[in-house]
Design a protein around this ligand. Structure first.
Ligand SMILES: [Zn+2]
Length: 500
């Protein structure tokens, strides 16, 4: 039902290297090019020059993160104990509209301790027991709320109740996987290392982990040791679809946090472990699997490569990519900067200064599906910029209105990403538009294309969103606008479903 349209960049371009960064239609993420100048000891070595992405940052053989579900008050205390021993956690949040979550202060504290936040649905339902439109809203609205309140990109997700299969709907796992990808999520540490296959997604676009618990209320060192032993063995033999990623979880129920700390202290400070959070692992692995190196020219001892990589705001990537150059390399320079070297031809390649993650994130909500001009609104985070979204179901199109109310022009193109529910066969439309001048208002209309006529997709309320990434004088920014609309003929649809 949901073919894998999201072929990896490397998968698509790997067979057509002469295309460089010309994106094939199947490529979902936006990308950009860097130029890499690699100097070798001899011209022969330069002729043979080749680059590859490392599966983990330099010197690391396993990624180790921790996973903590639900918006419980003890999250910060857990993050402190983790940080004390050199670990990080990902806190998968459901309810974020109250207390220290609503104003973002808890998220900021978690982030300051090196941890990250992930999505876990708005109201923590069994996704397998609600209609497909409610499912999409639970997932996408949760991501939007966490991002706009925490001012941070969210790329990871875990299932409520580990529920993704249905006895009455064999297509349920694919529906959930499709909703997740449409919502802009890219992975998460479920207990199944092959979670991508379970969700009917490519392991190049959905990144999992090997997650284990050590007794949520009474942490046991023996279980910690046993599970790490199992995980390291599987990493050694390369049998995990998710790559070398172990994660300790799952619930933040330990009454004695010091006891928990004593357990994890036994495996702290391993030099070849990468103590990361899920956001970092998911983004790093997406980059490692989807970055393309194209050798453009060789002059004497110098080989010039074009590196085609994903724009950071598409994946939530913050860290440089580890790369290995073929034998004999002396230096590597990207856009005038000498790359940090780790010996053995290993370097790290950071993203361009011009391509950074958003630091200002806001959202406006058009719950009544007013006409776009009437719904135009600014989030207090970015008062100089208003946005709205309206779903014109009769016209089968989305209407987005943008207004630059400030006195300065937007810098560079504005990247619009429209996210649609399962009724529409294409769930993501990307459109990059010219920047808005000071005071300019602009209306964008996007045809939504073919629909799926399965009436089960007309149950409930459609939820739509547009994600707008751009750069203002204040820095990199992201604004969301959402719209909610009941199907045009819900009664007729319901009647058809009720027929035997
Ligand atoms: Zn939960």
């Amino acid at each position: 039902m949901y073919p894998n349209r999201a072929k990896s960049l490397a998968g698509v371009l790997g067979v057509l290297p002469w295309l460089g960064c010309i994106a094939a239609p199947e490529v979902v993420w936006r990308n950009y090019e860097q130029t890499l100048l690699v100097t070798y000891e001899t011209p022969e070595q330069a002729q043979r020059a080749a680059l590859e992405a490392l599966p983990l940052p330099p010197g690391k053989r396993v990624a180790f993160s921790t996973r903590w579900d639900d918006s419980v008050p003890s999250g910060v205390e857990k993050a402190e104990v983790l940080a004390e021993h050199g670990y990080k956690g990902t806190f998968y949040l459901n309810k974020v509209d109250a207390g220290g979550y609503a104003d973002g202060s808890i998220m900021r504290r978690l982030l300051d301790l090196g941890s990250s936040v992930g999505a876990h649905t708005c109201t923590h339902p069994y996704l397998t027991k609600i209609d497909a439109n409610a499912m999409f809203r639970e997932i996408l609205l949760n991501r939007i709320e966490i991002e706009s309140r925490g001012k941070v990109c969210v790329n990871s997700f875990t299932l409520p109740y580990m529920a993704y299969e249905s006895e009455t709907d064999s297509n349920m796992p694919a529906k959930i996987g499709e909703c997740l990808v449409r919502a802009g999520l890219h992975g998460g540490d479920e207990v199944w290392p092959d979670v991508a296959s379970r969700f009917k997604r490519s392991p190049n676009e959905w990144i999992g982990g090997f997650t284990f618990d050590i007794n949520d209320t009474n942490p046991k060192l023996s279980e910690f040791e046993t599970n790490i032993g199992r995980g390291l063995k599987a990493v050694e033999t390369g049998e995990f679809e998710c790559g070398p990623h172990l994660s300790l979880g799952i619930h933040n129920w330990q009454p004695d946090m010091q006891k928990f700390g004593a357990v994890i202290a036994t495996r702290a400070n391993n030099r070849d472990w990468w103590y990361c959070n899920a956001n970092e692992y998911v983004a790093y692995r997406l980059e490692a699997l989807n970055t393309l190196f194209v050798k453009k020219s060789v002059t004497d001892c110098e080989a010039t490569f074009t590196v085609c990589r994903l724009l950071p705001f598409e994946t939530g990537a913050r860290l440089p990519l580890g790369i290995r150059a073929s034998a004999g390399v002396v230096t590597a320079i990207a856009d005038g900067h000498t790359l940090e070297a780790f010996g053995g031809g290993v370097f790290t390649l950071p993203h361009d200064a011009a391509h950074q993650l958003p630091i200002h994130i806001g959202a406006v909500f058009n719950k009544a599906n007013l006409e776009a001009e009437a719904a135009l609104e600014a989030d207090p985070t970015l008062p100089g910029f208003a946005i709205s979204l309206h779903a014109d179901l009769a016209g089968n199109r989305l209407v987005c209105v943008l207004e630059n109310k400030s006195e300065t022009a937007i810098e560079g193109p504005m990247a619009l990403t429209f996210r649609l529910p399962l009724k529409w066969k294409n769930g993501i439309f990307r459109q990059d538009i010219a920047p808005l001048a000071a005071g300019e208002q602009r209306r964008i209309e996007v045809p939504m294309g073919d629909v799926d006529n399965n009436h089960i997709l007309d149950v409930g309320v459609f939820f739509f969103a547009v994600q707008c990434d751009f750069v203002t004088a204040e820095g990199t920014s992201r604004l969301y606008a959402t719209a909610e609309a009941a199907p045009l003929q819900p009664n007729a649809v319901a009647a058809q479903i009720d027929q035997p």
